[in-house]
Write a protein that binds this ligand. Structure first.
Ligand SMILES: [Zn+2]
Length: 180
């Protein structure tokens, strides 16, 4: 099941709102600052080898747990993903546990229902839109020193600037090409 256009736009719109509300117009996105302003706590906690992020909501207060064993870029993506669950999917009390986002929502993984898979895709789309806003990527490309770069080099340069993995930036490029 692919993320529907409406699911994608919901995630994009929510991320845009957060960026506007916090007056963020340049990369890298100050993620932890945003999360704290949105009223959540971040706790670094050894979650074991295969869990990269959790979200606990108790009486509308959210705590994001992130695995300090993961790379810095991975931690950023996990935090943004959990913020997405908080904003898009959470009730006043909820509990999300995230293993490998990229495997979790694969079509062939029968352990998750379609509804769960949709939530994971939306949280990923939100994380991508928050950490790699289309407008800021556009202005980086317009104003940056990109002449003569191959697409791979451009993606590497942008990934460095936005503090995301090259894989995440490369997915973002593909998705933006498909939708816009
Ligand atoms: Zn998730």
């Amino acid at each position: 099941m692919l993320l529907t256009k409406s699911g994608f736009h919901k995630s994009e719109e929510c991320a845009s709102e957060i960026l506007a509300r916090n007056n963020i117009k340049a990369a890298p996105i100050p993620l932890e600052e945003i999360v704290i302003k949105e009223g959540l706590n971040i706790v670094k906690y050894d979650l074991g080898d295969d869990i990269s992020g959790i979200l606990i909501i108790n009486e509308a207060k959210g705590t994001i747990g992130v695995n300090p064993k993961d790379s810095y870029y991975r931690q950023r993506f996990s935090i943004a993903h959990e913020l997405g669950h908080f904003l898009l999917h959470a009730d006043s009390s909820a509990f999300f546990v995230d293993k490998d986002f990229l495997i979790k929502y694969r079509h062939t993984n029968k352990n998750y229902s379609n509804a769960e898979r949709k939530q994971e895709q939306e949280a990923n789309a939100f994380a991508a839109a928050l950490l790699m806003p289309a407008k800021i990527i556009e202005s980086e490309i317009e104003n940056g020193q990109i002449l003569g770069l191959t697409e791979t080099e451009l993606i590497a340069q942008l990934a460095y600037k936005f503090k995301v993995s090259e894989v995440a930036m490369s997915y973002r490029f593909t998705n933006l090409n498909n939708y816009f």
